[in-house]
Design a protein. Structure first.
Length: 147
């Protein structure tokens, strides 16, 4: 590096020129420090933004992963509903009272729709599946809060 020390007798003349800036080493260090701080703040902002985007992507990905299971659950519930409804219609056609058929329909739908999840919950409890039990408990509490 070349030392560009300006002789003291020239310094005031250089400082008076309109297109020339006289900068000391201390001034340069201050600029470097300010720039470093700005870059660190920008990097922190970028890390925060990146973290938010990664979290959003993972949430979207988990929701997408649940779609096939939700579709199977919906199809299963629809099949149970249709089968139970057909049974109720046959009961009505056979002359059973509407009250008896409605009771059959309500009880049978409840039992059939809850059978598989209750079986899975029981198995999870037996095999130390606390996460599933806690998730179901949280889900039921949220649903109870909405009613």
């Amino acid at each position: 590096m070349v030392d560009l020390a300006v002789p003291r007798d020239i310094e005031p003349a250089v400082a008076d020129l309109s297109d020339v800036y006289l900068v000391s080493i201390d001034d340069l260090q201050q600029l470097i420090d300010e720039n470093r701080q700005r870059r660190e703040l920008a990097a922190d902002d970028a890390r925060t933004l990146l973290g938010q985007e990664v979290a959003r992507f993972l949430a979207d990905s988990r929701a997408h992963d649940a779609a096939p299971a939700i579709r199977v659950l919906r199809e299963s519930a629809d099949a149970i509903r249709q089968h139970t409804l057909d049974q109720a219609k046959r009961m009505l056609a056979a002359g059973r009272s509407s009250e008896e058929v409605i009771d059959f329909l309500a009880n049978t739908l409840t039992n059939r729709l809850l059978h598989t999840p209750m079986q899975a919950l029981r198995q999870a409890a037996e095999s130390d599946g606390h996460d599933l039990a806690q998730a179901l408990r949280r889900l039921l509490m949220e649903e109870r809060g909405r009613q």
